[in-house]
Every structure is written in structure tokens, then in C-alpha cells.
Design a protein around this ligand. Structure first.
Ligand code: PLP
Length: 404
């Protein structure tokens, strides 16, 4: 019996693909959202799932940030703002760049609904049809999806969970059409962080070949080995050719608030501001005020979350490495592990194992192929659940592997 619109037969359904442009039909999507939706359907049917699929902290947004947002609503901040963001937040973001050794002004900053839209607008603003974008494989799926959507061509470079990035391999892929180098440190999905010598060599390549660099630093505050990684924008001359993409989702546990930003040369910030004007118009003002509280308020909740993620990392890495045939590198940051399952699969695929884990054993995770061709034979677990849940989940992973 139909109980609501979602239960009705889709009267206007059927395939619309024939009427959609190719670039839309072929637009990639982030698999994490699909697996999360499948897990939610299982839960609605009474099953329990340990959610290790989505890149979303299980901690609440720190209370002082929530209060700042609520107070802003009570103060009547419910209207449109400037498309590039309210001035106090742009200033706060520009000031926060000093910690990375980057000199920025408010004019360099564009505030966006999530860093994902900053990525989208920056790539859309920069790419001419046929321009090439060097991007990590495995890597955050939106880089390749948006590159193709914007008429560009993805040129993947490998990020090895154990050894990271081979700068010479990147150099060998640069050609006359290369326009942008995308880097992500700490990296989703491997957790690998680029060290300063690698960044210096990448900066030198960018200078020599006149590339723009899109530096996705969203996991910067979730770095486990002492100081956060260096920002490539802090290296001599690099601020003029770098876009730092960052946001509040991960470090401040604010995924659903949708608040991110880009810091970039003014000519590009103006263009991205125009795209914001024509797309989201602006970020909700009370959300922007909450962002100021996040940046300028106490940071102890961020440090406590990071410390807990480090304990979880140690637990999950150690546990995965006890499973026969599984090899898991120790990530330097973010909250992901990307174990190499190839020696454990015995003819099965990591995609099949990911499905079995969800549907038969109640553990949500992603197959490495969700992050590019180099992900074949790997799984990604987000360690965004308690240590007790992680232990239970790893017992189930071991049982699944032993049953292959
Ligand atoms: N960049 C990377 C590397 C990510 O992993 C994510 C989210 O998972 C994002 C950007 C987008 O985050 P948000 O749009 O929530 O700021």
C-alpha cells in the first residue's frame, strides 16, 4: 500500500538519458553517498550497519559553534549576503592562512557551501575545453568528475598508500595542454601527506610549466605526525598560482552545515564569486557566522577529535594487518585507511567484498574503485565510529575474508 509520494509508482518516470546532454549523463558521482543511502535503506528495514563508508566525523559540532549559529538566527541573519561571503568571515579565513605561512587578504577568499562547490567553481572557471588536469588516483572522485564536466581531460597520477607520490611520474605526464595540478594532503583515500621536499619539486614543476595548483587541504588539521603538512601556497611565488581549498566539514565536524572556501589570486576569486552569484547566490549567513566562531573560538575540540582519530587509526591499521593477505599502510592524516586486499581476494573482487560486507555483515565501506582505476583490489574504511565499533567491524571483515 502506498503511504506517501515515495511509495507511488513514478508516474513521470522512465529513462530521460536520451534527452540529457552527454556531459550530464556521464557525470560521475561520489559513491560514498550511494553506499550511505543503501545502508540507510537496510537500517530502515531493521538491520544494523556500522558506518565506515562516509567521510563524516561521528562527533557533534562543538557547542560554541552551534550556539553562534543559533544566535545569528535569533539576531535575524536570515537574508542574502555578498556572494563571496560576509566580510568578517573572509577576513577570519584570510587571517587563518598565516598559520600555513600564506599571506592572504579578504579579496582572495570566496566562501562556498562546502569545499566541494569551491572545487567545482574553480575547475569550471579555469578550464578551457581540452585542458588537462593532473589529479590523484586513487583520489577524491569530484576532481575527475568535475574536470570532465567542465570540458577538461583528467590525467591521473598514482598515490601509493605506502610510498605516496612519485614526482618524476607526475613530471612525465605534463604536456602542452596541462593547465592544473590537483594535490590533496593529507589525502583521501590513503591518508598520505606530502612532505616539503616533494612540495618544493611540485612547485618547481608548476612554475616551469605555468600550471595552476589546486591544493585541497581539507584534512590539514587532522594530521597525526606533529605539525600539519606544509601548504604549497607558502613556497616562494606559489600563492600567485595556487588555490587552497578547505572547509569546516572535517576538522569541525560540520559536514551538514555546508561551509567551505577557496583562497586564490584575486582575478580568480572574482570569477569564482561570479559563479557563486549565479549558483548558490551565497552561503546562509548564520552558517557563515558559525564559521567565524569555529575559526576564532577554542580549538580544543578539534585537537580532541584528532587525538581520538589517531587512536582509531592505530587500532584499525594494526587489526587489518593481522588479517591474512591484507596489507594496510599507516596514514599520516585524515580519517581513512586504504588497505591492499589483493593477496586476500582469491579471485573475488574488492567491489564484491564491499557489497558482501554491507549486505551480509552490516559493515559499510567503499571499494577502492570508487576513487579511480588505481583502487582495484583495495577497500576504503573511514574510521569515523567508536573504537568498539571498529573492532566489531574488523572482526566481520576478517570473517568475510576467511570465508572467501
Ligand atoms: N575534498 C576532499 C578530499 C574530501 O574528502 C571532501 C569530502 O569528503 C571534500 C573535499 C568536500 O567536503 P565538503 O564539501 O563537505 O567541504
Amino acid at each position: 500500500m502506498a503511504t506517501g509520494v515515495d511509495d507511488c509508482t513514478r508516474a513521470a518516470g522512465g529513462s530521460r538519458d536520451a534527452r540529457l546532454p552527454r556531459r550530464v549523463v556521464e557525470l560521475g558521482v561520489e559513491k560514498a553517498f550511494e553506499v550511505l543511502a543503501a545502508a540507510r535503506r537496510l537500517e530502515a528495514a531493521g538491520r544494523t550497519v556500522i558506518h565506515l563508508e562516509a567521510g563524516e566525523p561521528d562527533f557533534p559540532t562543538p557547542p560554541h559553534i552551534v550556539e553562534a549559529g543559533i544566535q545569528a538566527l535569533r539576531d535575524g541573519l536570515t537574508t542574502y549576503t555578498q556572494s563571496s561571503g560576509i566580510q568578517p568571515l573572509r577576513v577570519a579565513i584570510a587571517e587563518s592562512m598565516l598559520e600555513r605561512g600564506v599571506l592572504a587578504q579578504s579579496d582572495n577568499v570566496v566562501v562556498t557551501p562546502g569545499s566541494k562547490l569551491a572545487l567545482f567553481h574553480v575547475l569550471t572557471a579555469l578550464l578551457e575545453p581540452g585542458d588537462e588536469v593532473l589529479l590523484p588516483d586513487p583520489g577524491y572522485p569530484a576532481y575527475a568528475a568535475v574536470t570532465t564536466f567542465a570540458g577538461g581531460v583528467s590525467v591521473p597520477y598514482i598515490v601509493d598508500p605506502d610510498t605516496g607520490v612519485d614526482v618524476d611520474a607526475i613530471a612525465s605526464r605534463i604536456g602542452p595542454r596541462t593547465r592544473i595540478l590537483v594535490i590533496n594532503s593529507p589525502h583521501n583515500p590513503t591518508g598520505h601527506a606530502l612532505d616539503e621536499p616533494a612540495l618544493e619539486r611540485l612547485a618547481e614543476l608548476a612554475e616551469r610549466h605555468d600550471l595552476m595548483v589546486l591544493s585541497d587541504e581539507i584534512y590539514r588539521q587532522l594530521s597525526f605526525d606533529g605539525v600539519p603538512p606544509v601548504s604549497i601556497a607558502s613556497l616562494p611565488g606559489m600563492a600567485a598560482r595556487t588555490v587552497i581549498v578547505d572547509g569546516f566539514s572535517k576538522a569541525y565536524a560540520m559536514t551538514g552545515w555546508r561551509l567551505g572556501y577557496g583562497v586564490m589570486p584575486i582575478w580568480l576569486a572574482d570569477a569564482v564569486g561570479k559563479l557563486m552569484n549565479n549558483s548558490a547566490a551565497c552561503v546562509a549567513p548564520f552558517v557563515q557566522v558559525a564559521g567565524i566562531a569555529a575559526l576564532q573560538g577554542p580549538q580544543d575540540a578539534v585537537h580532541a577529535m584528532r587525538d581520538e582519530f589517531r587512536l582509531r587509526r592505530d587500532l584499525i591499521v594494526a587489526r587489518l594487518n593481522t588479517i591474512p593477505g591484507v596489507h594496510c599502510a599507516t596514514p599520516g592524516g585524515a580519517f581513512y585507511v586504504f588497505p591492499d586486499m589483493r593477496a586476500a581476494l582469491k579471485g573475488a573482487t574488492a567491489d564484491g567484498v564491499a557489497d558482501a560486507l554491507l549486505y551480509e555483515r552490516g559493515v559499510g565501506c567503499l571499494a577502492g574503485t570508487a576513487f579511480g582505476d588505481a583502487g582495484h583490489g583495495y577497500l576504503r574504511f573511514s574510521y569515523v565510529r567508536s573504537r568498539a565499533d571498529l573492532s566489531t567491524a574488523m572482526d566481520r571483515v576478517e570473517a568475510e575474508i576467511r570465508a572467501l
